[in-house]
Design a protein around this ligand. Structure first.
Ligand code: SP5
Ligand code: ZN
Length: 331
């Protein structure tokens, strides 16, 4: 299987602030290394770098002023970590003040902009777009995109949840020019960014299985009554499961989600492995074998598939979960 790797990831070294306190960051470069090592050890994966993309490729889904903010905040080294202290709610703020912009373009304090953030995020978008182009051209039937930071929480003009640019959504938007698209989000956190970007569109079906937002991040999005709006009504599905969910209660949600995406001509899987039983922040109880089962069920849909890495924070098990999922496409 072909793997498109975002080597620019390594410059993104986050700091994580929770409840006003610094906590050990979860979204670290070691995640990428652990997955790559597991894929190499398993064998059968061909690694490839993407061609660089121009920033303008992001504007299909992200606002130009947001992209400029990410670039400028990464270049501005008067602070080590750009983290919001104020969130300017209300009518569009008239100030261009740096402090106001941090909160204008971000919805949490988990998602700092550091010196390497923009380059790392841009590399992830390049990897996803490159993979989409290979699948669209028929060069590959399935591709895995190995990247960090993740993307599925990123909205049109807001970062959050360790995500800056929505890699999976950028790939989906490419595919949408060619046929029916579905995004299946298996990260334990709701893919709020992906839902938001396609909420009023019928050409990209968005389906997410995740921890109940009443009890888990991102809290403001991911409820089951969010089904789309306007032309997109009926084209978004959420499966919100309680914390502690294991394989048996997860399986019916998976089957319903597969039914919702099976008519797509192009499929994108936002693969977080943070629903694994060992994950330090996920709280679900899926064993490694269940990742193999999920990969197998997705493969059986027999749709060209782009698997994009999202979350997953246990460095000891993230690699085996990804390998288990991708094994279905072997040989
Ligand atoms: C892509 C993805 O999985 N984003 C998840 C963002 C969740 N952020 C909230 C995590 C709160 C956990 N706090 C404990 C931090 C210890 N490192
Ligand atoms: Zn997650």
């Amino acid at each position: 299987m072909r793997v498109i790797v975002n080597s620019s990831h390594a410059g993104h070294l986050p700091f994580e602030c929770e409840g006003g306190e610094p906590v050990t960051p979860s979204e670290v470069p070691g995640r990428f290394e652990a997955i790559r090592t597991a894929l190499q050890t398993h064998g059968g994966f061909a690694f490839e770098e993407p061609d660089p993309i121009d920033e303008s490729a992001l504007l299909a889904l992200h606002d130009a002023d947001y992209v400029a903010y990410l670039r400028e905040a990464s270049l501005d080294r008067t602070v080590q970590f750009a983290v919001p202290s104020v969130f300017p709610f209300g009518p569009s703020p008239r100030t261009k003040n740096a402090m106001a912009r941090r909160g204008l373009y971000c919805f949490d304090t988990y998602t700092p902009i550091t010196a390497g953030t923009f380059a790392a995020a841009l590399g992830g978008a390049a990897a996803a777009i490159h993979a989409a182009e290979r699948i669209a051209s028929g060069a590959d039937r399935a591709i895995y995109v190995l990247t960090r930071p993740p993307g599925h929480h990123a909205e049109r003009a807001r970062c959050g949840g360790y995500s800056y640019l929505n890699n999976a959504a950028l790939a989906a938007d490419r595919f949408a020019k060619l046929g029916r698209v579905a995004v299946l989000d298996l990260d334990v956190h709701h893919g709020n960014g992906t839902q938001h970007l396609f909420y009023d569109r019928s050409d990209v079906v968005t389906v997410s299985i995740h921890g109940d937002p009443d009890q888990m991040f991102p809290y403001f999005s991911g409820f089951e009554d969010e089904t789309g709006t306007g032309n997109g009504l009926g084209f978004n599905r959420n499966f919100a499961l309680p914390p502690g969910t294991g394989a048996n209660p997860y399986r019916p949600a998976l089957e319903a989600a597969l039914e919702a995406v099976c008519r797509a001509e192009f499929l994108i899987v936002s693969l977080g492995t943070d629903a694994h039983e060992s994950d330090p922040i996920g709280g679900f109880k899926l064993p490694t074998e269940f990742f193999a089962e999920m990969g197998q069920r997705v493969k059986e849909l027999n749709v060209p598939t782009l698997v994009v890495q999202e979350g997953g924070y246990n460095l000891e098990t993230i690699g085996e979960c990804v390998v288990a999922f991708l094994r279905a496409w072997e040989g």
